[in-house]
Design a protein around this ligand. Structure first.
Ligand code: PEP
Ligand code: MN
Length: 318
């Protein structure tokens, strides 16, 4: 049985949070995420409602039954979140990159049995993630679990999901697949990738998800492109692989292949200039054989790539 944590990227207003919350509760989703303080790249962007958002959560708790999940990044935020009885905290990806912050957080949280979720760091440095877990565990925390949100690298998605890296955490802390929560929204960066990422996670054996929802995603003040409406959740969670989504993936891959081929041609042109200067034959049969042998599965493709390079080099004359 999978666990779903859902809710808006940020609490923007009482109306927005309550409307989204009601729709989620109707679906049986009662683990509700909500951004209170948002780490923004640029000054002037919406930074969350802060304490006012905590007041909204507290007020909603009077009428609705749900668990509240928020991100905390420092002592001041933790003190406020504790004052408003927030149920669970998560540590954001940017914060995990900074051991000073982790130390401050570990010493500030009072309830060591509280569920604490730790996101992987932005960059591919698993040791930072492992180190953050160790700090919590060594300081007596009993319920600390990982959220995987991918790595901030150039690629198809906003953050690239190298699921293989989760093996390190399983080994270090004896986590099972079911202990992981996959934040498919922040991996995707765009709802058009959500279904394929949910399916991909399931293929790797993970089926607990964070999915950002907003009653009207297009108007969201943060992460508008990646949020979906609560009533779309089931459709996203139970989608079959579709032709359109797979084709979308192919288009992205083709774009990359073509830009790499262009780059390859630039390099082979440089080689052509060197050959011409050294008065060396353009076609080197031995080298051709070696290249084709390396990529036997794509022999004819490589033959053509090689032909194009040779044709271009033959045009060079210095
Ligand atoms: C978030 O969950 O709202 C968030 C900011 O995510 P991350 O720390 O993964 O970027
Ligand atoms: Mn977000």
């Amino acid at each position: 049985m999978n666990k779903i944590i859902s809710g808006p990227c940020s609490i923007e207003s009482r109306y927005q949070f309550e409307k989204t919350l009601i729709d989620l509760l109707k679906l049986g989703v009662s683990n509700i995420r909500a951004g209170v303080w948002k780490p923004r790249t640029n000054q002037g962007e919406f930074e969350g409602l802060g304490e006012d958002a905590l007041k909204i959560i507290k007020e909603m708790k009077i009428n609705y039954n749900f668990n509240s999940f928020i991100e905390v990044a420092n002592k001041e935020q933790i003190e406020l979140a504790e004052k408003y009885n927030i149920d669970c905290f998560w540590i954001g990806s940017r914060t995990v990159c900074n051991p000073f912050s982790i130390k401050e957080i570990v010493t500030s949280i009072k309830d060591k049995n509280k569920l604490i979720l730790i996101k992987n760091p932005m960059n591919y440095d698993i040791n930072l993630w492992v180190g953050a877990f160790n700090r919590f565990i060594k300081n007596g925390f009993t319920n600390v679990k990982p959220i995987f949100r991918g790595f901030n690298e150039v690629g198809i998605y906003r953050n690239q999901p190298y699921f293989e890296c989760l093996e390190v955490l399983k080994k270090e802390f004896n986590f099972k697949n079911n202990d992981f929560i996959i934040d498919v929204s922040h991996i995707a960066g765009d709802r058009k990738y959500l279904k394929e990422l949910i399916n991909k996670s399931k293929e790797f054996g993970y089926d607990n998800f964070i999915i950002e929802t907003h009653y009207n995603p297009t108007e969201a003040l943060t992460d508008s492109k990646q949020q979906i409406k609560p009533n779309e959740l089931n459709e996203y969670l139970n989608s079959e692989k579709t032709l359109d989504f797979e084709r979308n993936l192919i288009d992205d891959i083709d774009n990359k292949i073509v830009s790499l081929l262009k780059k390859r041609l630039e390099v082979t042109n440089e080689i052509g200039i060197i050959k011409s200067r050294l008065n060396i034959e353009v076609l080197d049969e031995q080298r051709k054989k070696e290249v084709l042998k390396k990529y036997a599965d794509f022999n004819s493709v490589y033959e053509e790539i090689h032909n194009i390079s040779v044709k271009n080099q033959l045009k060079i004359n210095i």
